[in-house]
Design a protein around this ligand. Structure first.
Ligand SMILES: [Zn+2]
Length: 514
């Protein structure tokens, strides 16, 4: 049974969708005014993984990630650059989509753009005005917080802690905590016609309108970064529930933000201290002046998408992620353990790991170990993986189970000396194949190990390099057989100087590139 931590109730409870087996998920997406950095990729990777795991568990999931393509920041940036807002939004949306694709995120069903949902937004604002929950003031429309007694229920904030906007907006509001649903256009700003004159929507109302258009008044999971709990999500709930008279999202899931681990205390980003009893007692800092704020496309030149995905999933999603390139390198080294096993599996069985038939539904992945010691271990580790994922999507714990699984399979191959062709009997290969099929079943629920990695990303060099190294390894093995240790050592040492490490295993020699 899957259990989910809900920010709204501050409890971890069994996941019970509103209309099973259907599940609707809405994740707040980017404001497309500048190229994205790795911090923008945390939510998409986590919710891609949550969708995959729910689908594997038998649910029919719709995942929506919005694109905010009209906003103060966009207007400011388009003025600074002297280019039309729509053009800027188009360019930055393309950057976002490229990065999403590089990370293997391909299960998002809809990317609604705010400017394509003006009718839905205006409709929702009109409803709020009709119901007396919003008022018009000098071309702006504001939500009246005093008419919403449950305002603050998500962020669990006392009423006196509510923030308000300053400047001209403050003058047009009845009380400080009221927030804009519609902003009247200033001269030269992009605008849309509305019953209140030309203007544009406030940021919060966009998400209420787009989630309603695609998932209905009530849906299952609303996600976003911890920094969005207040005011963005608090305002979304207030708008949606008072406009429709129905409950909005059933579960609110918030991911931890990324902080620069090597620059703690020096990062100049906005800080939010989680309140007592909140998701985390740690301070979370947004990256701003570290390498993490580099354009994500540049980071993709140094690391593969799969490595970055593995890095983002190695921490529980509710915790802050410590960012440093050193940490990503560590994760990359760990990932190579899997890639080496996949090559070994192919050497031993003659089959590609990626072509192994594997269960895509949880119910089909069970197997009977039949008293086989390896398979008993595999079944136990599969159970551990599932228990971790069921426990509020603990991807870090689940990845630990995958490491133990690959270790168990390597140990078995060592003990049974499967690198020696004569030892490869069907009885010996069957458990290895089943173990690998389980890895092939579980990895993709995290979005991992779905397609063969590029040889270069696996640290294996080009195809020709691989063949040449295999040739050296074979010549060295022949030399050793003839007790010509001088030649054997010369090959090993010469390769070491070139950054190639040879590892003698019971059944043969493996090479790895630095
Ligand atoms: Zn949003």
């Amino acid at each position: 049974m899957i259990r989910v931590y809900n920010t709204l109730t501050k409890t971890k409870k069994p996941f019970e969708p509103v209309r099973p087996p259907k599940v609707g998920i809405y994740l707040c997406g980017p404001t497309v005014y500048k190229p994205c950095h790795i911090g923008h990729m945390v939510g998409p990777v986590i919710f891609d993984c949550i969708k995959r795991y729910l689908a594997y568990s038998g649910y029919d999931v719709t995942l929506v990630v919005n694109v905010t393509d009209v906003d103060d920041k966009l207007i400011g940036e388009s003025n600074a650059r002297g280019m039309p807002m729509a053009e800027l939004a188009e360019e930055m949306t393309a950057d976002y989509m490229q990065n999403i694709e590089a990370l293997g995120i391909d299960v998002i069903d809809h990317f609604p753009r705010c400017t394509a949902h003006m009718g839905d937004i205006i409709d929702l604002v009109e409803r709020l005005v009709e119901r007396g929950h919003a008022y018009v003031s000098d071309g702006d429309v504001y939500f009246d917080v005093t008419k919403a007694p449950d305002y603050g229920k998500l962020s669990h904030r006392p009423a006196d802690a509510l923030l308000g906007e300053g400047g001209g907006m403050a003058e047009r509001k009845r009380s400080a905590a009221d927030f804009a649903l519609w902003k009247g256009a200033k001269p030269g700003e992009p605008s849309w016609d509305s019953p209140w004159g030309p203007g544009r929507p406030g940021w919060h109302i966009e998400c209420s309108a787009m989630s309603r258009a695609l998932l209905g008044d009530t849906f299952d999971i609303h996600g976003g970064g911890l920094d969005l709990v207040f005011p963005h999500h608090e305002n979304e709930i207030a708008q949606s529930e008072h406009a429709t008279g129905r409950p909005y999202a059933k579960y609110w899931m918030h991911n931890g933000l990324m902080q620069a681990s090597d620059e703690l205390g020096k990062v100049g980003g906005r800080q939010t201290r989680a309140r007592e009893g909140d998701l985390t007692s740690q301070e979370v800092r947004k990256i701003s002046k570290s390498k993490g704020s580099d354009a994500f496309s540049e980071m993709l030149e140094r690391f593969s998408g799969e490595t970055i995905r593995f890095f983002l999933l190695s921490t529980h999603y509710r915790r802050p992620i410590d960012f440093s390139e050193g940490r990503i390198q560590e994760v990359e080294t760990g990932l190579e353990t899997f890639y080496r096993f996949f090559k070994r599996f192919e050497r031993v069985t003659g089959e590609s790991f990626y072509a192994l038939p594997a269960a895509t539904q949880r119910a089909h992945g069970d197997f009977d170990p039949g008293g086989d010691p390896l398979l008993e271990q595999v079944a136990e580790l599969r159970d551990r993986f599932l228990a971790d994922m069921d426990d509020d999507f603990n991807t870090g714990g689940a990845i630990g189970a995958l490491f133990d699984l690959v270790r168990a399979l390597n140990k078995y191959a060592d003990q049974e000396r499967l690198e020696e062709p004569g030892r490869r009997t069907p009885e010996k290969l069957t458990p290895l194949r089943q173990g690998a099929a389980t890895l092939r079943e579980l990895g993709p629920t995290l979005g991992m190990f779905r397609t063969p990695v590029e040889e270069a990303a696996a640290g294996a060099g080009s195809e020709l390099t691989g063949k040449l190294l295999d040739l050296f390894v074979a010549i060295r093995a022949e030399a050793r057989k003839k007790k010509d240790f001088a030649t054997a050592d010369r090959i090993r040492d010469g390769l070491a100087e070139l950054g190639v490490t040879l590892e003698d295993r019971p059944g043969g020699t493996e090479w790895t590139l630095d």
